[in-house]
Design a protein around this ligand. Structure first.
Ligand code: DGL
Length: 273
């Protein structure tokens, strides 16, 4: 346990996508310090096995501990689905994933009890969104759809491109046939496709952004544990970014997503942790 309220929050993801979670934490908890790690050398996690994602996540948690964080946010849906359960029993720090907050909001949002989930293959195959939703309300039916092409399209910057619209139409067709009224954007990159998805789904389907719900859940957790930040710190010391591969592309993506300018990030050898 680290009871220093002014310590940073550790946030990690398989790569750059978790920056959509960082964005929500910056907006909703503007005082908090953040240490972010993106596993850019080993991304994607979304097509990997549970054993591999667990091994990677453990290394990252060990790295974040060297940064004296007071809490950890698993910003990656895939790591939240495949590794969080195990890791939360192994550490004495508060830790939060993105799946549970997203699932809970979808339960609140649905009226017809038919929820769609779009995510990576590994997240869909874990069925964790469905399990958590049905634990809260067994009458809800959950329809999952893996959308593996969305991650590279978003990283290419094609968030409004006609090709992405075409791909999204194909992915969403079967969910629309199921008459869902709520859709969880269950992958870090998908909130960046929000307006494109809205264009295809129309106004009748509620879009749930687990990144936003996670920032809200983090706020509640820090308050309950009396871990909210007390004193302010200079802007330049507030945020630190690390990645496992070279950082040029990482910085470009960060600066297209985050509400403030990020000038530096450091590459670290994550396999050594
Ligand atoms: N960050 C991952 C997720 O939210 C998407 C990218 C990947 O497959 O690693 O599931």
């Amino acid at each position: 346990m680290n009871s220093d309220r002014n310590a940073p929050i550790g946030v990690f993801d398989s790569g750059v996508g978790g920056l959509t979670v960082v964005r929500e934490i910056m907006r909703n908890l503007p005082e908090e310090r953040i240490v972010y790690f993106g596993d850019t050398a080993r991304v994607p996690y979304g097509s990997k096995s549970q054993a591999t994602v667990l091994r990677y996540s453990r290394q990252i948690v060990r790295f974040l501990r060297t940064q004296n964080v007071k809490a950890i946010v698993v910003a990656c849906n895939t790591a939240s689905a495949l590794a969080l359960d195990t890791i939360e029993n192994e550490i004495d720090l508060p830790i939060l994933g993105v799946v549970k907050p997203g699932a809970s909001m979808a339960v609140t949002a649905t009226r017809n009890k038919r929820i769609g989930v779009i995510a990576t293959e590994s997240t869909i195959h874990s069925h964790l969104y469905r399990k958590l939703i049905q634990a809260e309300d067994p009458e809800i039916t959950v329809f999952g759809k893996a959308c593996p092409l969305f991650v590279p399209l978003v990283e290419e910057g094609w968030t409004r491109d006609p090709i992405t619209v075409e791909v999204a139409k194909r992915y969403l067709a079967e969910l629309l046939e199921k008459d869902i009224d709520t859709l969880i954007m269950g992958c870090t990159h998908y909130p960046l496709l929000r307006s494109l998805l809205r264009g295809i789904l129309g106004d009748q389907v509620t879009l749930v952004n687990p990144a936003y719900e996670t920032a809200q859940a983090l706020k509640r957790m820090l308050e309950e544990l009396h871990l909210e930040k007390e004193s302010s710190c200079p802007e330049e010391e507030k945020y630190r970014f690390y990645a496992s591969d070279t950082v040029e592309k990482f910085l470009a993506f960060a600066n297209s997503v985050l509400p403030c300018e990020i000038r530096e990030a450091q590459q670290i050898p994550i396999e050594e942790y």
